[in-house]
Design a protein around this ligand. Sequence first.
Ligand code: TXA
Ligand code: MG
Length: 354
Amino acid sequence: MDTVTVRIMPQGEAFTAEEDAALRRAGSIIQGGGLVAFPTETVYGLGGDALNAESARKIYAAKGRPSDNPLIVHICRLKDLEKITARVPEEAMRIAEAFWPGPLTIILHKTELVPAETTGGLETVAVRFPSDRIARKLIEYSGGYVAAPSANRSGRPSPTLAKYVLEDMNGRIEMILDGGQVGIGLESTILDLTVLPPRILRPGYVTAEMLGSILKEIDIDVTIMEADSGQAPKAPGMKYRHYAPKGELVIVEGASNQVAEYINVQAAAEQEKGEKTGILCASENFSRYQGNVIKCVGSRRDEEGIARNLFSMLREFDDEGVTKIYAESFEASGLGQAIMNRLLKAAGHHVVKL
Ligand code: TXA
Ligand code: MG
């Protein structure tokens, strides 16, 4: 099939008539059982009708994703939560009021309306109400319930630009809505509200500290930062190798000068062997490095900038044919927890501690 890309302005008072027509066309593709990729404030999503089992099957096929890995159902009105969730605890409404629309996904018990294909066979459903205006309009025109994983082929970094969606999905889906670069760059925080105390299954822009303003107690899934805790992650998707560039990625942790020295020596040795080396560092250390491709992911004082750049830089190393990548390590608190969670997974937990 031909994949059509339509550009839509991410901001503005209202959609133009052409944009509105494209959004309506996208909505009818989804209502007809087809797939449309679209921007959200976190990463691009690959959308299909969440209430249609056949659409879920198509999403798994397009992504090359195992079908036991459940999808997030996206809504565009708080009241739409009712039809797809059961036994909603009182905290859920307070959480929704505080953080929706926004980069938070909550897990609740599902109703019959949601097919088992969408939830990977689970009795629970992940729900998110995004803030992005293109996403919200598309969900509305699609009938209110859009299942959407990140719009990458399984295992690859999540797309933060439409060109990366096209790279992974060309010929596999009907349409891409191009809303430019996303704002956050890392996937939503996932909070499981079917357990007590509620538990964070995936860290994101909404941090444990922020959730703590509403919830008395919060657990954090132990598998978030560890390579092999011996425990299965509660979000099935977190067990797979993820976010990975094609080149082999190693994280190097320690004092800045030692990290730079170690990386420079390793990179020189790898280049001798014919490898093309890449280095991912903070702007503070940029001038310390020598390698084939050196990329500054942002300043350590600006974690939001690092989050926004991380996935696109991993893909840029691929575009430049880098085979061996060395990355600095980052502070793992606040938003840094989400950054390090993705970087560790991308590296398959390969960390050198100096
Ligand atoms: O920011 C985001 O959440 C993006 C945008 C497109 O909204 N979506 C996204 O979806 O990251 P995906 O499919 O790439 O990641 C969803 C994660 C997976 O790890 C999956 O296992 C977990 O959510 N998940 C979904 N439903 C679940 C459930 N019922 N119980 C536990 N984990 C669930
Ligand atoms: Mg994903």
